[in-house]
Design a protein around this ligand. Structure first.
Ligand code: PLP
Length: 378
């Protein structure tokens, strides 16, 4: 059998849905030299402390606690607030959202999403509340803000905690303070594929120093001092290498966010009048960080979502179907009553229609034109 003939034309260079943003390597070397010098590799070292402060300043929040990744942040956030019983969440997200509940022995209760924003629908939360419900775990999906006021109102009425999975929501503009200050806690991810990355990493945004202290204990095995362990905490600490890299990455994030906005605006313009293609409301606005560029392929479009997906694959363009399948369709969730067919029609519909187009600061305008042309030529 002959190996496939590589085609070196620029037309066929693979384009992935994202490409990690990396500060120049030469700029990182002095940070590494400092670590080699002081021999502090982890456990809340100097870079960890500096990075926490720099992130608070950048994000406009009072307190946050760094984590090795966002998933450990979610697991720990639930523990910090002593959440038990049932938690209302969205099926339309990355699987880690619901997994964090299972890791705490909590039952996820899936509630449908809004057709416009694809975020948890506040109007559908109330009927899912039972005497066992203790919290709501919404996601700012694709970096679009949830209806935080409506969600808080329900939480207040029923005495529920709110933890936002803000993995997509780094640097989302908001009126009157940071979006990340809403709810009781917000959890960020700095995974390689996210808008702001530290290779792996995450953080919990906390409202006060006392909560931060509890979270800091929980991410360090529950240690309070050398001889006192107050909880069965996990090892969720961010290393000095990741924290140092994060400090450096922060210097480049504004340029990256600006370029994402330009790309999103260009896609929006090119796709605005295509019959059967819908972009989300925040697509070219100042209200998203443009971590993703989702489109919904409607019935009026000449070919189905999966045929369009294949068309892209055939041209070496790796668009993704986030979020398909729904979390509620995975084996560890599909037996739940809230996961049953018919209960989540809006999420199911979006999951069957969505395609996330490539968006990352290094994507060229000509690539955006080529990607949009694959859609318009249908
Ligand atoms: C990426 C992501 C996570 C997990 O974050 P990690 O840092 O990869 O552990 C959780 N929730 C959502 C919605 C995500 O997109």
């Amino acid at each position: 059998m002959n190996p496939p003939v590589p085609d070196s034309s620029a037309q066929d260079q693979p384009i992935y849905v994202t490409q990690p943003q990396l500060a120049p390597l030469a700029e990182f070397i002095p940070y590494l030299e400092q670590i080699w010098e002081n021999k502090i590799l982890t456990n809340g070292g100097p870079f960890h402390q500096q990075f926490e402060q720099a992130l608070c300043d950048y994000l406009g929040v009072e307190h946050l606690s760094l984590f090795a990744n966002g998933t450990l942040g979610l697991v720990t956030a639930l523990q910090a607030l002593r959440i038990t019983g049932e938690v209302i969440t969205t099926p339309y997200s990355f699987v880690a959202t619901a997994h964090s509940l299972l890791w705490n022995g909590i039952k996820p209760v899936f509630v449908d999403i809004e057709p416009q924003t694809l975020n948890l629908d506040p109007a559908k939360i109330e009927s899912a509340i039972t005497p066992q419900t203790t919290a709501i775990l919404p996601v700012h999906c694709y970096g679009q803000a949830c209806d935080v006021a409506a969600i808080q109102k329900i939480a207040d009425n029923y005495n529920l905690k709110v933890i936002y999975d803000a993995a997509h929501a780094f640097g989302v503009p908001a009126d009157g303070g940071s979006l990340l200050s809403h709810g009781d806690l917000s959890v960020l991810s700095f995974h390689a594929t996210k808008t702001f990355n530290t290779f792996e990493g995450g953080a919990i945004v906390c409202p006060d120093a006392k909560t931060k202290q509890r979270i800091d204990h929980l991410k360090n095995f529950g240690f309070v001092d050398e001889v006192t362990v107050v909880a069965a905490g996990i090892n969720g600490k961010m290393s000095e290498v990741n924290a140092a890299f994060g400090l450096l990455q922060l210097k480049h994030i504004d340029a990256a966010l600006a370029r994402r906005r330009e790309i999103a605006a260009l896609y929006c313009r090119l796709l605005a009048d295509v019959r059967g293609i819908r972009c989300l409301p925040a697509c070219d606005s100042e209200r998203s960080n443009h971590t993703y560029f989702p489109i919904l392929v409607g019935p009026e479009f000449p070919i189905g979502r999966d045929a369009l997906f294949q068309k892209f694959r055939d041209r070496n363009i790796f668009v993704r179907r986030y979020f398909h399948p729904l979390i509620s369709d995975f084996p560890m969730y599909r037996g739940l009553q809230s996961a049953q067919a018919g209960n989540l029609p809006v999420a199911r519909n979006a999951s069957a229609r969505v395609l996330c187009l490539p968006i990352f600061p290094g994507l060229k305008d000509e690539d955006v034109l080529r990607i949009a042309a694959i859609i318009t030529e249908c």
